[in-house]
Design a protein around this ligand. Sequence first.
Ligand code: HEM
Length: 373
Amino acid sequence: MQSFPTVDPIPLPAPIWLLKLLHVVTLALHFVAVEILLGGLLLAVLLSLFRGSRSSNVAARAIARRLTVVMTFVINLGVPPLLFAQVLYGRALYTSSVLIGVYWISIIGLLMLTYWLLYRFSARLEEGKPAWWVGLSAWALAGGIARLFSTNMTLMLRPEVWREMYSASSAGVYLPPGDPTLEPRWLMMMAGGLFVGGLWMVYLGGRSTFNAEEKSFLAGVGGKVAALFGVVYLAAGLWAAGVQPEVVKAGLAGHSAHPLDKIAGMAGYGWLALVALTVVVAAAAGFGKLKIGLLGWTGAVLVLLVELTLVIYRDGVRDLTLLSKGYDVWNRVVVTNWSVVGLFLVLFVGGLGALGWLISVVARASKTMEGAA
Ligand code: HEM
């Protein structure tokens, strides 16, 4: 029985490859921001809870101060992939979103609460008040939001359970029945948070606003955390890949009509190699080898590549899973509106230019030492 709603008669206004490219790039950036938030927040909570030294206080405050800005990136870099995903996979994604409607819409409230708690967490640390429980509440909420995203992104791939869910309630009050891919997928994002959060600390350790003692503290703790959780991240990734249906595994191995599926499979191997390499870089920082600044930048570039390969692989998993259930993302009528596409690209490049200029202004601004406040 056909579970997917009928296709929208309005054709797509841009080539599918272009929509997919923009989706992959913007989603990888969203994932970088999400991982910094999830991991950086938990690390700041732990540093503020076990206030071992002056450096750990300075580090907790410095991280917390930046997290409110990180949150703006999480949200703003989440909107573009949401739009592209809805254009490409709307019939699946809208259906799953409606089926868990109450939870899905609650994300807006949860986000606002998380945001407010982040400000409170930072303010309490600046005032020297105990703040760990505020930060921990924000982290639990952010982890809950991540769980809801994982739930929806897996439910959209399961048309076989939609009818049963809708029969149980049309009000969107139930979560979907268990799915073997959900746990590893969510765990990956959570473990990846500590991996990326640790690397972020290494990067901060290379900044000139910290004194020598704070720098080596940031790089030492961050590097060790990143090395450890890089291994957990890797294990969760292998678990997530292992529980995929056989037809998806075969497609990723190259037994698929579409060449992009093979590229997605190769991106999976690329992800493995990049995470392993990043673990080595993190360990070098954690155990005081090489220059921190250089390791920080190397880690930042590697994280970007790790998330990019993950998103490409994940895209292949989604396309192959949907294809096995009768949904071919490439099978759409496209009538490209080149003037709109051109205008979009001009604004996109202009926006990137404005962002670069803003970053250069921040980089040139006079700085105060983090520990001085
Ligand atoms: C604290 C806030 C947030 C957290 C922790 C978070 C976390 C996540 C996680 C873990 C995933 C991956 C789910 C999976 O595939 O297993 C995800 C995907 C996604 N997130 Fe976020 N997110 C947040 C906010 C947002 C916001 C505000 C938006 C948009 C307005 C957004 C848009 C998306 C989209 C579109 C995807 C998946 C796209 C796709 O599969 O094509 N996120 N997010």
